[in-house]
Design a binder for this molecule. Sequence first.
Ligand code: FA5
Length: 343
Amino acid sequence: MNVEELEKRLAQLADTAVAELGETTEREEAIQVKNRYLGRTGSVQQLMPVMREISNEEKPRAGRAINQRKNQIEEAFEDKLDELAQLELKRRMREESVDITLPGRRPDVGLGHPLRQVERELISIFDELGFEVAEGPEIETDYYNFEALNFPPDHPARDMQDTFVLTDDRLLRTHTSPVQVRTMKAYDLPIRIISPGRVYRCDSDLTHSPVFHQVEGLLVDVGVSMADLKGILTAFAQRCFGEGTQIRFRPSFFPFTEPSAEVDVECIFCDGEGCRVCSDTGWLEVLGAGMVDPNVFKACGIDADTYTGFAFGLGVERIAMLKQGISDIRRFFENDQRFLEQF
Ligand code: FA5
């Protein structure tokens, strides 16, 4: 074989090696092709004995041809490995990528209890009307819950509020009115407070719960009249139930207020027309109120000739039931998540 023939042979080998490498789709396959041509027993190596047939002058030219073709195959092999690595990378990116168009999973977020929501709203309404929050204990003495509020011992009015008695002198407070007494005894006049909190009565049906919440209101100053009570409660009703809501006072009795009234708001379900919720009266009862009885002032050391005041007490559950259209008070205390999540 002369040098021209060797060059031709090498060119053919290199062309087929490059073509075969071009066909490969796996790294292992490409390595096998390369070894078949450039390995120790590969096609190029098998041409080596031919060198003996080539004249000494032509040997350098033959050597250059061998190296050139070896490099050509080597380069095609390296290019192929790069190409396969790029394809592999693209495949993995496709498989492992995150689909950002998938809808996310919502975490369970805790919400305020419907009663707490209404209580907060009531506090913020009275805050706007200038009332500060005062608090008192849930375990009370007979003195603060009854005696100082003008309930004489053994007076039948005590039966109005069925009491959970703890010891001779301790009981679970039946209303938030004891905070009136505590505040009047502890603070200077004038006083303008509300007192939200939990109260207890031995009482249970669709509209009565043994544990419920009240918000007490108390305003004491010189020259406070029933007209101020009506003005504050009207402003409250319109903020709580909507612009233009009317209220009415019905005569009532509480030992600690004189005169006393029960206050109704115009039915928010029928705008006063009469419906099932208001038993066709057009009105809904929401709270008790009245002018502070002089005997209560006396118990608190306040001069009833100089000062007058009004007080009111509303049931938070009752207001929440009206605002949220709930017909059974027990729903608030069952902790049924399906119910609570609606608010
Ligand atoms: C009182 O408790 C008086 N302390 C309110 C008061 C304060 C009058 C200041 C005058 C001056 P009464 O027992 O009516 O009043 O209760 C007030 C409100 O609490 C009621 O209108 C009602 O909305 C709510 N309520 C009473 N009992 C229950 C109960 N068992 N479950 C849920 N709400 C109740």
